[in-house]
Write a protein that binds this ligand. Structure first.
Ligand code: TYC
Length: 101
């Protein structure tokens, strides 16, 4: 009677990690008009008038403010697009990204 050999059963444990999130930061400067900053925040980040004004004023008073949090690629694309919109109007307005803790 041939003996039956069974392969060892391996239990695979698949771990799915949530992607790391990145903050888009609005940086203050002395030249970009407040109303233009608010316009960009509404257009690129879909903030409403009140949210956009609060974010703009926080950056204005403290130097920097978190606008929103996204996956890395979305954060970088939005920061670049928003910064380029300002550059095309001749303003030094800057958006940066950084990973969340
Ligand atoms: N400080 C600018 C001014 O007084 C307004 C401003 C606010 C610019 C926030 C950039 O991220 C900024 N005209």
């Amino acid at each position: 009677m041939p003996e039956t050999i069974t392969a060892p059963r391996v239990q695979l444990e698949i771990k799915v990690e949530r992607p790391r999130l990145y903050k888009v930061m609005l940086v203050n400067d002395d030249f970009t008009p407040r109303e233009f900053v608010v316009q960009i925040l509404k257009a690129e980040f879909r903030l409403d008038e009140g949210q956009a004004s609060r974010v703009m004023m926080t950056a204005h008073q403290r130097g920097v403010c978190v606008v929103a949090v996204f996956t890395q690629e979305v954060a970088e694309t939005k920061a670049t697009t928003a910064t380029d919109m300002a550059r095309s109007k001749g303003y030094p307005l800057l958006f940066t990204t950084e990973p969340e803790e």
